[in-house]
Design a protein around this ligand. Structure first.
Ligand SMILES: [Zn+2]
Ligand SMILES: [Zn+2]
Length: 279
């Protein structure tokens, strides 16, 4: 039996279209347990909706003899995630909030399409599972609490302006300032914009991670106005019309949670950290 499934976050590639069709038939008969309903996507087959991750879990039993647990692999849309895995095997995946339960396709194709567009402008990635439990607010008016925690900066909407173009305009601006020391420092940060890819998460940090630190989520947030390592690129993105969100989760153990979050992020993104974090 392949040993790739347990906690490896990799869907065994041996699962074929046939196994998936068997899983679909089984679900037609037995239904979907409450806790295995999908949240944002459905597999649509012959006008019926199914929760993508649950389908894969069952299909695994037909392929390798072991059902996969909900946390053994990721949902989402990036390569290696459930949705892409199913698409690669010829299935239709659509954004849908029905949980994978409706048996007749709803006449709301238009709103589904709208959802897709929104996702395209945000950038899609299967790491969204990592941010369950986070509160998100528009970065220019967020009000994080005075508590320890972990936080992220996430793209809400991209503008037409691409990273290279923003970097080159920022460079002209800094050249006009005419202060080499400043230009060097500011541009070294702004060049991190090059790392922006499909993933909407561009920064992960912790507040109150040092022993005895009194730093809080509110404190780290306020550093974006003067001393945060990611503030220059964040200003540039906003200047060029990108919309960003500040997201946080309060915790008493921010150091460990930050490390854990980064470890999991790396695992999903070919060992890279979010664009604006020092690699
Ligand atoms: Zn659905
Ligand atoms: Zn991602």
């Amino acid at each position: 039996m392949p040993s790739v499934h347990k906690g490896g976050h990799i869907i065994p590639s041996i699962i074929a279209r046939d196994h998936i069709l068997k899983a679909i038939r089984e679900i037609d008969e037995l239904g979907v347990p409450d806790r295995r309903k999908s949240t944002n996507y459905c597999l649509i087959h012959e006008q019926r909706h199914y929760p993508p991750k649950y389908v894969i879990s069952i299909a695994a039993r037909y392929a390798i003899g072991t059902e996969l647990g909900h946390h053994d692999f990721y949902g989402g849309k990036g390569s290696g995630c459930a949705n892409q895995f199913l698409r690669n095997r010829g299935f239709q995946i659509a954004e849908c909030q029905c949980g994978g339960l409706i048996s007749i396709e709803m006449p709301e194709a238009a709103s589904e399409l709208e959802g897709f567009r929104e996702e395209l402008s945000r950038g899609s990635c299967c790491c969204s599972d990592l941010l369950v439990g986070f509160t998100f607010e528009d970065i220019v008016e967020a009000e994080p609490p005075s508590e320890k925690g972990v936080y992220v900066v996430r793209i809400r909407k991209r503008s037409e302006r691409l990273p290279e173009a923003m970097i080159s305009e920022a460079k002209q601006l800094m050249a006009r300032v005419g202060w080499k020391m400043l230009e060097k420092k500011v541009m070294s940060r702004i060049k991190r914009l090059r790392g922006i890819s499909q993933c909407p998460v561009i920064y992960i940090g912790g507040a109150g991670t040092q022993p005895g630190s009194r730093n809080t989520l509110k404190g780290r947030y306020s550093e974006f106005s003067g001393r945060h390592t990611a503030m220059y690129p964040v200003w540039i993105l906003l200047y060029f019309g990108w919309e960003l969100e500040f997201g946080w989760k309060a915790t008493n153990d921010p150091a460990n949670e930050e490390a854990e979050l980064k470890r999991k992020y790396r695992k999903i993104h070919q060992e890279r950290l979010p664009a604006l974090v020092e690699q």
